[in-house]
Design a protein around this ligand. Structure first.
Ligand SMILES: Nc1ncnc2c1ncn2[C@@H]1O[C@H](COP(=O)(O)OP(=O)(O)OP(=O)(O)O)[C@@H](O)[C@H]1O
Ligand SMILES: [Mg+2]
Length: 257
């Protein structure tokens, strides 16, 4: 049983122009436990990706107050790879390209780092092949450079390939559904469900669309607005957002209600 706990988290981004840091997260409270799926929805620019980066340990974001713990351990005191070894995983909204590093080398290095020992080559090759075929990824991709020249949807599929191989305790999926065609959406969702079930994992799913929630069923839905979670509910909240948008939250913010 694993618990990721985010308490009153404030974080700033280092300004590109060398000016003052800009506060993006303004008091996020969120708890994700093993076996739970949480969906986070919210307008563009509200800070959803910033939250995922702050949890994963992206150096551009500075946590100014609040806490993040994993089973009581201080995540903020951990380096990025310690966070990964502790069982945290982030599938990025915009996966980075790593020219010159093949997918197969990258995956094996990542698995070695997370598992603490190199996977036995014969087992590993089989494992990767199986995982790739589950996600309908062409085997030739294993010799291509990480994400280089991959289409948007291909990048997203490879994020889920990593998820299936690294088997984190808590997975944060930042708009994994964006850019996927209808078949890929189903295949990727099934991949997430398979992993979550097998590992009894906690999943934090950031999305703009309820379509993916028909495949990956969240027990909790949170509305993220202006740097914090302003409302939480069950799956019905996602339907309400689809129908009415974020107007009631925008208005509440405008009137200070
Ligand atoms: N390096 C930066 N310099 C200045 N502002 C930044 C920087 N990085 C992020 N921001 C700002 O922080 C805010 C939150 O961005 P973030 O990417 O977390 O939003 P989001 O909720 O994920 O949006 P989307 O739904 O569009 O993905 C945005 O207004 C963004 O412009
Ligand atoms: Mg984002």
């Amino acid at each position: 049983m694993t618990t990721l706990e985010v308490k009153d988290l404030h974080a700033s981004v280092v300004s590109a122009e060398g000016g003052d840091d800009v506060e993006i997260l303004k008091g996020v409270n969120l708890t994700v436990k093993s076996g739970e799926t949480h969906a986070v929805m919210g307008p563009n620019g509200s800070g959803k990706s910033t939250l995922s980066y702050a949890i994963a340990g992206h150096p551009k974001y500075t946590v100014t107050s609040g806490s993040i713990t994993l089973d009581g351990e201080d995540v903020l005191a951990m380096s990025i790879d310690e966070r990964a070894r502790a069982g945290l995983f982030l599938a990025m909204q915009y996966p980075v390209e790593v020219p010159g590093v093949s997918m197969s080398n990258f995956l094996r290095t990542a698995a070695t780092a997370v598992r603490g020992e190199a996977p036995k080559l014969r087992h590993w090759v089989k494992e990767v092949k199986g995982a790739m075929s589950d996600l309908d990824i062409d085997p030739t991709f294993s010799e291509r450079s990480v994400n280089e020249g991959f289409s948007g949807g291909e990048k997203k599929r490879h994020e889920i390939l990593q998820l299936g191989l690294l088997k984190p305790k808590i997975a944060i999926l930042d708009e994994t559904d964006s850019g996927l065609d209808v078949d890929a959406l189903r295949i990727v969702s099934e991949g997430v469900n398979r992993y979550a079930e097998a590992e009894n994992a906690g999943v934090l799913l950031i999305t703009h669309y309820t379509r993916i929630l028909r495949y990956i069923r969240p027990q909790f839905v949170h509305v993220f607005f202006d740097g914090r979670i302003v409302t939480s509910g069950g799956p019905e909240l996602a339907d309400e957002l689809e129908e009415n948008g974020y107007e009631r939250f925008t208005q509440a913010a405008a009137t200070g209600a």
